[in-house]
Ligand binder design. Sequence first.
Ligand SMILES: *Cc1c(COP(=O)(O)O)cnc(C)c1O
Length: 426
Amino acid sequence: METKSKELFERAKKHIPGGVNSPVRAFQAVGRTPRFMKAAKGSRIWDEDENEFIDYVCSWGPGILGHADPRVIKKVKEACDLGLTYGAPTQKEVELAELIAELVPSMEVSRLVSSGTEAVMSAVRAARGYTGKDKIIKFRGCYHGHSDGLLVKAGSGALTTSVPDSAGVPADYTKNTLVAEFNDRDSVEALFQSNPGEIAAVIVEPVAANMGVVLPEEGFLEFLRDITKNNDSLLIFDEVITGFRLALGGAQEYFHVTPDLTTLGKIVGGGMPIGAYGGKREIMQMISPDGPVYQAGTLSGNPIATTAGIETLKILKEDPDIYKRLEARGEKMAQAVRDAAGERVRVNQIGSLLSVFFTKNEVRDYESAASSDLELYAEYFGYLLDHGIYTAPSQFEAMFLSDVHTEEDIETTCQIMRDALCSLRF
Ligand SMILES: *Cc1c(COP(=O)(O)O)cnc(C)c1O
């Protein structure tokens, strides 16, 4: 039954573009009606027709503790009684900045914003202000939010041209964004060589999770660390997904590679809208009012959002074993899929992030991810949805595990995934 979702979707399409406030929610890639959700608790989410799902979208990452963790909800309710926003500094912001610096030591100084998009946009501005250079390098298939300068794709052929990846973005806004290939050192070296002294920063998702999950190969992040250092450029880790998910200290702790600037989002807000960017004091001193790089926000450091963030980070900090549990569950799920589908799919998994790619190729960059059979993915997704498993409605998104996915949830899910794979003709 999806009667109510269908009705709501029809109503939504009249006044909201595509009926949704973020495109992936429209289920276009899988040809189904999006489910309109009305409640979520723990590992479960319910739609308006009262269908229950085990949720592996987890709001695209924030839900590492599962939905509506009672400890977080209690603090948020208490905070609401004290007022929703003041537009003035608060103790909570100080506490969150201290926690971030403690858990992610490279973020000695950080600034709070309201989304991951804003965090990345501001970090790039800080890098340009600090280095006095204009160009940045990003990787094909990595997503860094929807600011103009980052909605870029590689131009055909020539390494040095990049073009807007969205209508409405002037080519002039993207000409300073160069595009390299994930896991391909030569492509990065070539850009440094053809733009000597002009690269302000290299920005990367240390584990790419927006082309499906793609792991950095041995030495790749170290290589980026070295080449940026040797060229007086900054290394920016976009840890909006990996922050507090791969490890308490994010991918930089997991891989022992320290960037100059880091961006956070998703988990850092504990389910409320927050982003953060930060790094060494010397760089962050560039931000106004200390320095000449302007960046501001009416609702930045909002007291309700910071409360949810602080409580979530404290829970993670007090129970670091959470990351071992997540890794074990992630591995179990990956193994179940590999056992069921063998060589017909590729499963990329690290910690609580997982993608099943419908391709026989090893998936190590955008091109190999894009070799997936999207129709098979859509069928697989549909089977899972119809059997109570809510997962990413796109081949190019990750599956997220949370600490409240029980052994039983995982068993049930593995069985349904196996059945789904068996039901496909491929
Ligand atoms: C989600 C995401 C963003 C954008 O964050 P929003 O809060 O959606 O603006 C940026 N970078 C990465 C790696 C993301 O996954």
